[in-house]
Design a protein around this ligand. Sequence first.
Ligand SMILES: [Mn+2]
Length: 363
Amino acid sequence: MFVIEIDSSYYPCNSHNITAGISFSMKKKLQAFYKQFSGNDRVLVIINADPDAIASAMAVKRLLWRKVSGVSLSSINVIRRPDNIAMIRLLGIDMLYAEEVDAKKFNRFVMVDSQPNHNKIFAKFAPDVIIDHHPETDALAPFKDIRPDYGATASIMTEYLRAAKIKPSVKLATALFHAIKTDTNNFERQTRAEDIIAFQYVFRHANIYLARKIEKADLRLDFLKYFRIAFEGMRMRRGKVFAYLGTVANPDICVILADFFMRICSVKWSIVSGIYDNRLIVIFRNDGLRKDAGKTAKSGFGELGSAGGHKSMARAEIPLENIKEFIALGNDRTQLQWIIGRIEKKAEKTGTAFKKEILGLKS
Ligand SMILES: [Mn+2]
């Protein structure tokens, strides 16, 4: 049992001081990581696929190249998000579906960007190695490197690659670049200096155009019909766009359209709704100026289902059985009118300040 626990005060050059190069402790960690493997090992990397997990899994594969007999990557989730599909396709990644993997074909298991109790499918595998940046869950593994203060596991993996003196290929660097950008939300979320250092390093080796294509590929061809529905049925007044899409094949399209309408310079609020899985989904977006999307969602729909969020982003999900009168309306136009009424009627009750904010009224 080898668990990495390095007292940073003990080492003169610790991981908080890596600008000058790769720290002593990072080299120790790399050695301990490599000690888990031998030449005949068949390694399975297990992830819950998102850009950070995919890039981190690729980095593990690169670290173990020519050091073990084979490395396969597997995901516990079916990859459906268009940007993740684009990442897999453009970077030429082979990804197995974990539930279909015969675990007996492998003798070493590596988990990155997750810990075993994050998902019950993980229970099928006893990881030898866990590298992650989520809060510590006290999972047991012969080798663990969990750094909850990092913005991305990809930043940690970049340190491993550098400690191993491996120059990442363009595809690997692009994956790590996209992963750090995604998990830190372009450094808008809390990150460490180490994330920025890792980002600057992979930036030098990445293909920015390829990364941009992956980042922008958030649409599926079959989503386009919802744009037409939204454009034809949308109501725009006083800086607010309301659109109702009827039944949707994927609730993500409501989010994509709500974000899309915010790109119109005169739009202050965007409220896009649709029916999915016997629920009415309502997505709220605003420009962040003295508005509260979470409160608006709650006041309009809180008594009917779950509703809430942040000041500029919110979501409501209402079981259809709670809104029979809405279903009885039967057509998209009157249903949209009902949604607008819910938001505006509640707004009127809440007083003038709220009226000003939400409705853009002068008094
Ligand atoms: Mn992550």
